[in-house]
Design a protein around this ligand. Structure first.
Ligand code: PAF
Length: 278
């Protein structure tokens, strides 16, 4: 497995590679990330992962500073999974100027301002910016993203259309712990109490799935809010049932297309999850 630290090293090494499969990450890798690498490898793609904790997508400075970093362990996991190349750039490689290059700043419309975007202003602009920069560096045929970041996946699909890139975007199912908690790099910072309580996010989603045909979305939401208000370890930020095609909230009972999304704080750690209901 080759490690490239500069864009020049990366491009030199990729010059001969065809059919690149790309998995951008912020490191602290877990089985969810590894499933993306394995999917790329199983498609016989030359598999490139990047590890870069992107400052422009953090709307909360403390979250950025505390973001877990474990590069040695990450490299071992990537090698074992069959990754061919890891791009490990320093900030100055990707952001040579403190002033943002407007070429990489995109307007994702409602997708960046609603639900998750409303609680994390600027977050999806930063995601679009870094993913566009990385796509230019790596020039992949296919790129893989986890469905756990449901809205991010839609933003990336929109990005590819906006920039007219011929890149197939593949969303991969969320990988869960045995109790249902969605795997996330931030989970490793949870205290034992918060870790135990965090299963409530998945319980809320499965409750919604079980009841979507018999309860109104507003009733489901009220039940979920009640569940969280009884829990001393978690603070619900939002729970919504939306139509994934336009991100409009679903109001009617027994909808034909509905997805539940949730965000909650366990202490200072923000957790998100989502589930297709119909
Ligand atoms: O999902 C992530 O880890 C990040 O948002 C991404 C796509 C690597 C961009 O920094």
């Amino acid at each position: 497995m080759y490690i490239a630290r500069t864009i020049t090293e990366l491009k030199n090494h990729l010059a001969q590679a065809k059919n690149i499969g790309f998995v951008p990450t912020m490191g602290a890798l877990h089985d969810g990330h590894i499933s993306l690498i394995q999917e790329s490898v199983s498609r016989n793609l030359y598999t490139v992962a990047s590890i870069f904790v992107n400052p422009t997508q953090f709307n909360n400075a403390a979250d950025f500073e505390k973001y877990p970093i474990d590069t040695e362990a990450d490299l071992k996991k990537l090698k074992t999974a069959g990754c061919d190349l890891v791009f490990l750039p320093a900030k100055a490689e990707l952001y040579p100027s403190e002033v943002a290059d407007q070429k990489y700043i995109h307007d994702f419309g409602k997708l960046e301002t609603t639900i998750e975007g409303a609680y994390r202003p600027g977050h999806f602009k930063g995601v679009g910016q870094i993913v566009h920069i990385l796509f230019e560096c790596v020039n992949p045929k296919t790129a893989f993203f986890g469905e756990k970041d449901f809205q991010q996946l839609q933003v990336i699909k929109r990005l590819v259309k906006l920039i007219g890139a011929d890149i197939e975007i593949v969303g991969m199912p969320t990988i869960r712990e045995s109790d249902g908690l969605a795997m996330s790099s931030r989970n490793r910072r949870l205290s034992d109490e918060n870790r135990a309580a965090s299963v409530l996010l998945y319980k809320a989603l499965t409750f919604a799935k079980a009841n979507i045909h018999i309860m109104k979305p507003s009733q489901i939401k009220a039940e979920v809010q009640a569940l969280f208000s009884k829990d001393q370890w978690l603070d619900l930020e939002y729970f919504e049932i939306l139509n994934p095609s336009d991100f409009e909230l679903v109001e009617e009972i027994n909808p034909t297309n509905a997805h539940a999304v949730i965000a909650a704080y366990a202490g200072d750690i923000r957790l998100i999850d989502n589930l297709k209901l119909v």
